[in-house]
Design a protein around this ligand. Structure first.
Ligand code: GYE
Length: 319
């Protein structure tokens, strides 16, 4: 073969490669993802991680749907994915129950499901391949241990609960209570949902601070940073000092709570990693290739407070 022909053939091969991998191509793995919504900084970072990772991988054709925190929207998005015949379905279940029927429909259609970030309660095994995400019970335990080590054996805790019935809200509460049950001086004296949002967190904290127990509250345990950030505003508006009069412990580890900790207005955040898009598509690719995947994949996380948060840590935080 002469040099010219070799160049032409190499160019043709390169074009083929590019075409074979371009988005919308039938050789790609079609993934339907049904997201919870955009309720928190954590969720926004998580969405970016999913979309960014899909963009990077030329073999992935992602259809992304936002359920705006409504389970019915999420279920109908999953049904649309089934009708479209995607290769893999993934979603972050808004709540733990109520997905059994649609999971069975996916199974009957032969479409594997990867649960992402949050788990579900189902009565039979085999309705999903894998759950990728954090250990929420452990996050709750870590928050409680921090309170015991840093506040001591006496604390009156106000709790801002996440979305009722959601995996992180149920399990974080469980983990926190599991640890404090052996410490009788630590009591949860107020507990209400703030639905994982800043606005609701503020509203509920305002009501806690107007209640007869207001002056007893010396610790706030918020199931996520956004609710804690809303509560900080409420505490300041009530003329108290967040981080001092009321010690604030929350979960996620978003940049804004790091800033609040540096400013002395919050005290501790238990990390919950939202940057798990790469883990998702690694699992998707394996399933598509017919490989077996573990039923549970955990994210790697730590605990942050004023001892390990510096300006550099804040500046390098991506979410
Ligand atoms: O903690 C919260 C978000 O499911 C882990 O959902 C996630 C939680 C996260 O809205 O901020």
């Amino acid at each position: 073969m002469n040099k010219f022909a070799t160049v032409i053939m190499a160019a043709a091969a390169a074009t083929l490669l590019v075409t074979a991998c371009s988005k919308g191509d039938s050789s790609q793995i079609k993934v339907g993802f049904a997201q919870v919504g955009a309720e928190s900084d954590w969720r926004k970072a998580n969405t970016e991680s999913i979309k960014g990772e899909a963009d990077k991988r030329s073999n992935i054709d992602l259809t992304f749907s936002d359920a705006q925190q409504k389970q019915e929207n999420q279920i109908s998005a999953i049904r649309t994915f089934i009708t479209k015949g995607v290769d893999v379905i993934s979603f972050s279940p808004i709540v733990k129950t109520g997905f059994e029927d649609v999971l069975k429909e996916a199974k009957e259609a032969g479409i594997p499901v990867v649960l992402f970030d949050r788990g579900v309660e189902v009565s039979e095994p085999g309705l999903y391949k894998c759950l990728i995400g954090s250990d929420f019970v452990e996050e709750g335990r870590r928050a409680a241990r921090w309170v015991i080590e840093n506040v001591g054996e006496n604390a009156n805790v106000a709790e801002l609960v996440g979305t009722p019935g959601s995996d992180p809200a149920v399990e974080r509460k469980k983990g926190f209570e599991e640890i404090i049950k052996d410490h009788p001086g630590i009591k949860i004296i107020k507990s209400q949902t703030g639905d994982f949002t800043r606005a609701k967190g503020k509203e509920v904290m305002e009501s806690f601070l107007k209640s007869p127990e207001a002056d007893q509250i010396n610790v706030l345990f918020a199931h996520n940073d956004d609710m804690a950030l809303g509560a900080i505003q409420a505490i300041e508006e009530a003329g108290k000092k967040p981080g001092k009069d009321i010690i604030i412990v929350s979960i996620d580890g978003v940049k804004s709570i790091f800033e609040a900790i540096l400013a002395g207005k919050a005290n501790c955040t238990v990390e919950c990693n939202p940057i798990i898009g790469a883990q998702l598509f690694d699992v998707v690719e394996k399933i598509h290739a017919g490989e077996t995947v573990p039923e549970r994949v955990y994210s790697v996380e730590s605990v942050y407070d004023s001892k390990n948060i510096t300006q550099e840590v804040v500046d390098s935080r991506k979410y």
